[in-house]
Design a binder for this molecule. Sequence first.
Ligand code: ZN
Length: 483
Amino acid sequence: MEACQRMRVDVRLAHSSDLEPVKRLADDNRDSIGFLPRAAFQESIKRGWLLVAKVDGEPVGFVRFRPRATDDVCTLYEICVSHSWRRRGIGTLLLDALKAHAQHHNKRWIRLKCPTDLEANRFYLQYGFRKIGCSEGKARPLVEWAMSLDKPQFICAVSIWPRDLRVIVRLWQESGYPINPFERCLVTPLTADPSSLRILYEMKANGIIKELYFDSGGYHVQRGRISYSELCDRLVRLYKECPWADYFVLPDSPPSNGAERAEMYQRVKDTVEGSLRVFDQLPSQVQDRAFPVVQGVTIDQVHYCLERYESAGFTRVGFGSFGTKGRRSEVNVLDDQSRDLFRFLRLRFTGHIHAFGIGTPPVLWAASKLGADSLDSSAWMKAAGYGNVYLPYMRAYNITYRSLSQVALSPERFKVLKSMTHHECAFCHDLRTLSTSRDARIMHNLFCTVETLTPKLPESSIRQVLRSHSPRYERMIVAVERM
Ligand SMILES: [Zn+2]
């Protein structure tokens, strides 16, 4: 990728003058993409179904595709990069351009078939395609790949006091902020104040909340506040009494840091057995929207969960085995171990994966890059309470130290960071408001969290911000892309 940033690569729809050089490129790569007649390129150029990558005006790669007229799928026919220009990120740029093009034309999927023996399969996997099947090709077997173009969804975790809930919804409505951060919310009904549940019910009724997730409260088992069997029993009763949520998380028993291996394995087994048992006791309208949690600290354990859930027919799972930090292990972080477990899950499972309890914006960004389809976070609220402010993709900065010498962020620096991330909201015009008002910090942090998954910046600028401000997560994703 870095080489790509130093040279100038233009990716655009091919023009008729590109026909001959593109055809030559295709002929040179006949061994991998097969023979393609000139007429196929003429047709693709005429219809706007060919993107070409050029360096100094010379085509060095292309991608030929077709947006299907009957549904929301864009079919990728061939992608090709000149031998001398490979491993410089040109394939990635071509796919980025194809994604943008397909999204612009309201497509929701890119699909393709690739002969099983080609190196390109690895590239598709790394880019984020998921294997959806195999088929017999004319000459050799094919792998079928698909990639969703839907953005990862932010789920606003709101297990908070009714007063806070009312205030943040009102502040958002008064702020004129264009994105509804409460479109998807997650609450733990087991421990939520009944008034909070009533407010959420009303928010659903008046259309502010489109999807509400009921979380299982497994965290309280981990903390020893409730036994796992009690959690299972209470969830059955609760989900039967409140079938008005959109998703119901089945019970989990998260292993705590430092637990013995045997105990870890027992908790993973408990999670699976308990989830299937609770599922069987739920009414069918709740079953349709219930999903289990993958727990585990080893690949074997994650694999065990997945096999059991897949054979039970689940097409949606949650992932909760992140590393934790904080006094009460309440903040999830993406360490190398959880990255590898999550990556394994993503490669194996073709359904929807929800990532639970994500922390700061860079963690949210990294988890979305690893392939989470939805992610919930309440860290924006906790951070505000500790006097920390967020910016999109960046670590938190504390701004409420009493001693001036400890202030980690000057107003000038804050301005620079805001402009770097294109962030602006009604609550952060000046740093003083943020440092004196917890409510202002809550709202600003929430918006920065939302913006991390609804980027205003191009990918290359996001990478730049991360490299300078959260290098750990940028390095993590680069490492995964190279795997
Ligand atoms: Zn702001």
